[in-house]
Design a protein around this ligand. Sequence first.
Ligand code: LMR
Length: 311
Amino acid sequence: MVAKGDVFGPNQPLILHLLDIPPMMGVLEGVVMELADCALPLLHGVVPTDDPAVAFKDVSAAFLVGAMPRKQGMERKDLLSANVKIFKVQGEALDKHAKKDVKQVLVVGNPANTNALVCSKYAPSIPKENFTAMTRLDQNRAQAQIAQKVGVPVGNVTNVIIWGNHSSTQFPDASHALVNISGKEVKATEAVKDDNWMRSVFVDTVQKRGAAVIAARKMSSAMSAAKAACDHMRDWFLGTVPDKFVSMGVISDGSYGAPKDVVFSFPVATKAGKWQIVQGLPVDDFAKKMLAATGKELEEEKSEAMSVIEA
Ligand code: LMR
């Protein structure tokens, strides 16, 4: 998708730097062969490597998709401790080797929000605004649920918000969403006509969708996660359309009562590689409660990650 022009546009040639761990170098060679065989006109080079210094050398954008997944019996602290090490190495490598104006670093590997915070901490010469975490998969899932409920194509649903953490405490919020029905845009609440569903089944389904995919596939989401990463980077790079917003995990300034200095998912509008939190949306008591719960989890994750760093 990246090499085909779906992210940086159909006129932007690119070189892909592909980083993996040493035991995967043979498999990566196969990926390189397949990329050649795709005959992609925009792909002007491929650099496969197991060395972060080579991988991050002069990159303009980075998709950080590799992380230690949670295994059975693992505590969140164990997961954080493994990931702090990975994202420390990648943050340091970005700081040292990436272009100084590297604008877009997207963290996909879980726990994505806190991994993004750790990565940014170890790349002090790169502005914090240039690190984001992916909640676009949750946004896409939420749009799909609303579209199915109303019976419209998914592209007709916009402005669904994911607040907070990419975890089961996230708050998928369709109270500001719009649905295009036969050319007329109406509020999702009017199209769905079931407030109870919007606050229970809808929220629950989106919060637990990642786990449901793992239970069905015996593996974590792959195709939908890759598509969401491309959607996230494309909108960040090319900009959102007026009056529409998307959700991204970004460094929090305390907007909407969220804790400051954690990577929190907000509705954002983007232009020329910069995001801005959309301000002034009404937040009711139910939403405030949901935002507080996911904010609390992010603060706990942050303090656990910091205790690993300081240990
Ligand atoms: C997803 O939302 O599909 C993944 O983040 C789930 C996971 O834990 O890998």
